[in-house]
Design a binder for this molecule. Structure first.
Ligand code: CMP
Length: 139
C-alpha cells in the first residue's frame, strides 16, 4: 500500500528567486500537510551523502556543487499516496518536459536548477526524511 509521507527540498535556485512562499502555497493547496520543515544549507559533503545513489552518474559533481550553492528548504509532507501525488505536482525532472501548471514548469529553469526534489519511493522518502530530521522534529 502506498505510504502517507514524502520528502522534498526547495532547491537553491527557487530559494534564490524568492519562490518559497508560492511553492508552499501550491503544496498546501494540493492537500499536503507539512510534518517537518527546515531552512538550511547543504555542504558539498552532505549534498554528496544525500545524493550518494547518483554518485556514479556523469551529473553527480554538478549536482553536488549546485545543491550546496545556497540555502534550501527541506520538508516532510503528509497526504494519502504522498510519493506519487507529489511527483505529479512537481512535474518531470527536466522542466522542459514538465506538464503545464506543475511546480517545475512554473519555477524551474533547467534539469540542474529544477526548483524541487521529491522522493521517488516510500523507502527513499523515509531515508531522506531521516537524513534531515530527527523523529522529535517530525510532527
Ligand atoms: P532530483 O529529483 O533532486 O534528483 C537528482 C537530481 O539530479 C535531479 O533532481 C536533477 O536536478 C539532477 N540531474 C541532472 N542531470 C540529470 C539527469 N540527466 N537525469 C536525472 N537527474 C539529473
Amino acid at each position: 500500500m502506498a505510504g502517507k509521507l514524502t520528502f522534498t527540498m526547495i532547491k537553491p535556485d527557487a530559494v534564490e528567486n524568492n519562490h518559497i512562499g508560492a511553492i508552499l502555497q501550491k503544496i498546501n493547496e494540493a492537500g499536503f500537510r507539512i510534518k517537518a520543515m527546515k531552512y538550511t544549507r547543504l555542504t558539498k559533503e552532505t549534498a554528496g551523502q544525500f545524493y550518494a545513489i547518483h554518485s556514479e552518474r556523469g551529473f553527480f559533481n554538478d549536482l553536488v556543487t549546485f545543491m550546496s550553492s545556497g540555502p534550501i528548504v527541506a520538508a516532510i509532507l503528509e497526504k494519502d499516496n504522498a510519493v506519487a501525488d507529489f511527483r505529479e505536482l512537481i512535474g518531470a525532472t527536466d522542466p522542459t518536459k514538465a506538464a503545464p501548471g506543475t511546480i517545475r514548469a512554473m519555477f524551474a529553469k533547467s534539469i540542474d536548477a529544477n526548483a524541487m526534489h521529491g522522493s521517488d519511493s516510500d523507502e527513499n522518502a523515509e531515508i531522506e526524511g531521516n537524513f534531515f530530521f530527527s523523529k522529535l522534529e517530525q510532527f
